[in-house]
Every structure is written in structure tokens, then in C-alpha cells.
Design a protein around this ligand. Sequence first.
Ligand SMILES: [Cu+2]
Ligand SMILES: [Zn+2]
Length: 172
Amino acid sequence: MKILSALALLIGLNSYAAADITVPMNAVNETGVAKPMGFITISESPYGLVFTPALEGLGAGVHGFHVHENPDCAAKDKDGKAVAALAAGAHYDPKASQHHGKPWGEGHLGDLPGLVAGTDGKASYPVLAPRLKISDIQSRALIIHSGGDNYADTPASLGGGGARIACGVIKN
Ligand SMILES: [Cu+2]
Ligand SMILES: [Zn+2]
């Protein structure tokens, strides 16, 4: 009896969790979408969304990582110059916080913990975004930046990560 009710509880809990989403990630540059770099799997947990990368071809170290508002990885012109993945738009900010912050803070909802790549250029270490559910991020884009992320707008805006180097569209 005990085993049966435990089983029923497990099945019940399972039906709450949304299915994992696997997002193909591609290198991006000012001419558009370049070559594949791997995948990021997004899964729901009781503590928020878990992003598990399986990526290669990154520079070693920490890379700023965010949900951006548009499901589009194309380059776009800014001040007459093409910018990689600019069509993805700004950091996802449905509550109009208008500032970049900590993944567990009050800033953009799309602010995620940075991804870490090893000296082999591979990233496999998962990160947790405690404020997000899968329903928040469908039809958006995941962006990886060239540099790190200090989770603030100072001394540089948007965490200081600079150029967008990889992008993937989060499908429903
Ligand atoms: Cu970003
Ligand atoms: Zn932000």
C-alpha cells in the first residue's frame, strides 16, 4: 500500500512537470547564423529552470547567458553596421524592470547564471534560474556572449559580456 501511494505520488508529480526542451545552439556573426555548437536542454525543477549545456567551440571561461525577447538569431543593422544576433532583441523583461541583475534578483527575468567553458572550449555544467518556468520562455531566444557577466549594469551595461557569439531559438 505504501509503495502504491508513493508510486501514485510520483506519477502525479510527473504530470506537473513540463517536458524538457532541447535548444540547438549556433555560432552567430555579423553575416547571420554560422555553424552548430551543440545544444542546451531546459528542464523544469521545483527550484526553477535548469539549463544543461552540451556545447563546444567556446572560449575558456565564463560567458554571459540570457533569454532574449525574440525567437530570431539573425544579424541586424545598428547605426549602419551589422550586429550578430541583434534580431533576438533585448534581455527578456516582461515586468519592465529595465535593469540587468542577478538571476535570483529583481532585474530582467531573462538574466541567467553565466555558462562556464573549459580550456577545451566545451561547456557541460548546468545552471539554475530560480525565477523561471518553461511557459515563461517559449518562443524566445537563448544568447551566449563573448565575455562574462557581473549581473549588473555597471561598470558596463548588461553585465559587460559584449558581443553575442551563440544563439538558439526556444521553440514551444
Ligand atoms: Cu544576452
Ligand atoms: Zn539582463
